[in-house]
Design a protein around this ligand. Structure first.
Ligand SMILES: Cc1cc2nc3c(=O)[nH]c(=O)nc-3n(C[C@H](O)[C@H](O)[C@H](O)COP(=O)(O)O)c2cc1C
Length: 328
């Protein structure tokens, strides 16, 4: 499967196992790379930059020359953006995924190092900005994606970006099968980024109840909540999510919108959200806050990453071969 993405990045398949906070570790990244796709992790999955640097060394040793990616959050609230970027440059990370904020510094430094940068985007305005800054590609994060989902359906977002950009587009959101991969490539994407499907993998080290919840959930069980970070994010509707509600309370909103308190309020909301996510991802708790996208409806079992990738490829071929051919 050759696309402009595989040509640029050098992976066997045009698939990224998306970086996932509290989920993607050395084991998951290595399993993805071994299966012929690009493993990715957020730098913030390690408590300190030094621990992150050690993890990069382990990943590099395990994957050899296979490409992998690191996600750096580039907004002002990430105080580790600079040291984490330096660790990536020192360790020769070949691909960066940036999210939130301006990717200017990452693009400049990564390019000096011979690395590539793909930026998360949810609309064409921001996508054009990152293209002008020199991004090598964009990740089109659409409605229903796991994490901070965008507002636009992938059916529109991918061809819309294709119409306006000249750099490769990676489709993200709701892709969990080979049919989704085929559809994304037909829409004009050069690759896909898949998150939720890989949470339900044998190698993923989250709590078993999180994996079971993903297998059991229907697309209708996915709701958008602002309570985790202040920005709408997708989670499984559990009794705890129903209890705490999906929106911030009026006082939190006021604190977030007032200049004097904005920064600290954001930090506190984030901290509470991270604590919920961490507890639910690592142990059994009644505070079930599980981040996942609408693709849950397409996930029926927990399988090894290599098996998931084999299915993606065989289903892709089946989907493409099953399409009606236009008669002359
Ligand atoms: C639990 C979870 C955590 C995520 N954390 C991050 C993150 O830290 N950084 C990031 O760029 N994307 C993050 N994402 C988004 C994924 O990388 C990917 O774009 C998304 O999951 C694709 O949609 P899908 O889940 O429908 O496949 C996260 C997604 C999930 C499900």
């Amino acid at each position: 499967m050759k696309t402009s993405f595989t040509d640029l990045i050098g992976s066997k398949y045009p698939i990224i196992a998306g970086p996932m906070f509290l989920v993607s570790d050395e084991t998951l990244v290595t399993a993805a790379c071994d299966a012929g796709i690009v493993g990715a992790c957020p730098s913030l999955n390690w408590r300190t930059t030094e621990q992150f640097r050690q993890a990069l060394k382990t990943i590099k040793q395990s994957v050899g020359t296979k490409p992998f990616a690191v996600n750096i959050i580039v907004n002002k609230s990430n105080l580790r953006a600079e040291p984490d970027l330096k660790a990536c440059l020192d360790e020769g990370v070949p691909l960066f995924v940036t999210s939130l904020g301006s990717p200017k510094q990452v693009i400049a430094d990564a390019h000096k190092n011979g690395a590539k940068v793909f930026c998360d985007v949810v609309n064409v305005e921001y996508a054009k900005k990152v293209q002008d800054l020199g991004a090598d590609g964009v990740i089109a994060v659409s409605q229903g994606a796991g994490g901070h989902a965008g507002p636009i359906s992938s059916m529109v977002l991918v061809p819309y970006l294709k119409k306006h950009l000249s750099i490769p587009i990676v489709a993200a959101g709701g892709i969990a099968t080979g049919r989704g991969l085929a559809a994304a490539l037909a829409l004009g994407a050069s690759a896909v980024q898949i998150g939720t499907r890989f949470i339900a993998s044998t190698e993923c080290r989250v709590n078993e109840s999180y994996k079971k919840a993903i297998v059991a959930a229907e697309p209708e069980d996915i709701v958008l909540t602002s309570r985790i970070s202040g920005t709408p994010a997708t989670v499984i509707k559990t009794p705890y999510i129903e209890k705490v509600g999906l929106d911030l309370n009026p006082i939190e909103k006021w604190l977030l919108n007032t200049n004097r308190t904005k920064k600290w309020a954001k930090l506190l909301v984030n901290l509470r959200g991270m604590k919920w996510l961490e507890a639910a991802a690592t142990r059994t708790t009644w505070k079930e806050v599980w981040s996942a996208g609408q693709g849950v409806g397409l996930i029926d079992q927990v399988e090894p990453v290599a098996t998931i990738v084999q299915h993606l490829i065989s289903e892709y071929e089946e989907a493409v071969n099953g399409l009606p051919h236009a008669k002359p």
